[in-house]
Design a binder for this molecule. Structure first.
Ligand code: OKP
Ligand code: ZN
Length: 363
């Protein structure tokens, strides 16, 4: 498997609230380092994309702005500097929002605040998406891995059918104008835009198997009939206000959104039943390009998840996906997963199953 990694993804390190305490965020650079170390010791083809030129970055941002608002992206790029110049934080500290957009009985549409302090809350929906002086650089590097992964699939001489992008920060929680859940740019949405440059009318499936509902990805494609978003996630868990089975899409996109919530504590058997439904939906949709938002916070020991899934199960999950959607080009985007000591082995187990190295007896 071709695996893409960029050391710039390691630069972003922020804080979050755990209870009332400010702590280093669970979403940390050592997550990626643990996976890279495991990949280096394996047969997989680990690659670092060439440093993007200014023109490459402009193209990346233009593609990102097809699904994100330019003023939001500008905020990600400039907010930290502005907070430092205003004396709100030191340059090694993190922006955290004070006040989120709230309903005032729909008497007026929320406007972008003039106050730079207030803007942090306007462009976020929670407090696990702090912005540091390195956040934008890491976020662009992470998004670039998603873009490069798609580009590799479109090059015939590469002869690859799947690429894994070791994205960090992750992407599935942020929508067109709000960071949240450790996410700043939606890497899956970007991959869709890049694939569409080559195949304008493609029917694209997104299978989100992070423990958490990918509210951002759902939101971005909610009325899009050519992108099917399917998610298996913990019911009533973060981000709390989305992920119900009743959310099935809107407008032309009705039917192109499938949520498969599972009770906290669910077993692997229960998980596989939902996975079969997910794969059924993706096949019926006529998926011709697959994105997998892959999180290992479904692992039984994860501090942010509650499913009973063990390392070997990731081989079965991956093999089940691959067998069901055989020969469809795929990009795997890394999302969550917070048990550092098991991330490497969980990823290797997943890749082994994906490559169908005799995990399940062939039926
Ligand atoms: C991101 B992903 C501690 C709780 C953390 C945010 C969870 C984000 C999960 N403050 N809340 O989907 O793995
Ligand atoms: Zn997650």
């Amino acid at each position: 498997m071709i695996v893409l990694h960029d050391p710039d993804t390691l630069l972003h390190e922020t804080v979050e609230l755990l209870g009332a305490k400010v702590r280093p965020a669970l979403e940390s650079p050592i997550r990626i380092q643990a996976i890279v170390q495991a990949i280096q010791k394996s047969h997989h083809d680990l690659r670092q994309p060439a440093t993007p030129s200014d023109g490459d970055i402009r193209r990346l941002i233009d593609l990102v702005c097809l699904t994100h608002k330019p003023d939001y992206i500008e905020h990600l790029q400039t907010a930290h500097k502005e907070w430092v110049s205003a004396g709100l934080i030191e340059s090694d500290e993190s922006i955290l929002p004070e006040c989120f957009v709230f309903t005032n009985g729909a008497r007026s549409v929320p406007q972008r605040p003039l106050d730079i302090y207030a803007r942090a809350g306007y462009y976020a929906f929670d407090m696990s998406s702090g912005i540091t002086n390195k956040t934008f650089q890491s976020t662009v590097a992470s998004a670039n891995l998603s873009l490069q992964a798609v580009e590799i699939l479109t090059q015939p001489d590469e002869n690859a059918d799947t690429v894994l992008a070791l994205c960090r920060p992750p992407g599935h929680h942020c929508d067109g104008q709000r960071a949240g859940g450790y996410c700043y740019i939606n890497n899956a949405a970007l991959a869709v835009s890049v694939w569409r440059e080559h195949h304008a009318d493609a029917r694209i499936g997104i299978l989100d198997i992070d423990f958490h509902h990918g509210n951002g990805t759902q939101e971005i494609f909610y009325d899009d009939p050519r992108v099917l978003y399917v998610s298996i996630h913990g019911e009533h868990e973060f981000p709390y206000y989305t992920g119900a089975a009743e959310e099935q899409g809107a407008g032309h996109g009705v039917g192109a959104n499938i949520n498969l919530p599972l009770k906290p504590g669910s077993s692997f058997q229960e998980y596989l039943e939902q996975l079969e439904k997910a794969l059924d939906g993706l096949k019926k949709f006529g998926t011709c390009f697959l994105l997998v938002s892959l999180g290992f916070d479904t692992f039984h020991l994860d501090p942010l998840g509650s499913f009973q899934i063990e390392t070997e199960s990731y081989s079965v999950i991956a093999q089940t996906i691959r067998r069901s959607l055989a020969h469809i080009p795929a990009v795997i985007l890394f999302e969550g997963g917070y048990v550092i000591e098991h991330l490497g082995s969980n990823m290797l187990a997943f890749l082994e199953g994906w490559e169908c190295r005799s995990v399940l007896p062939r039926s």
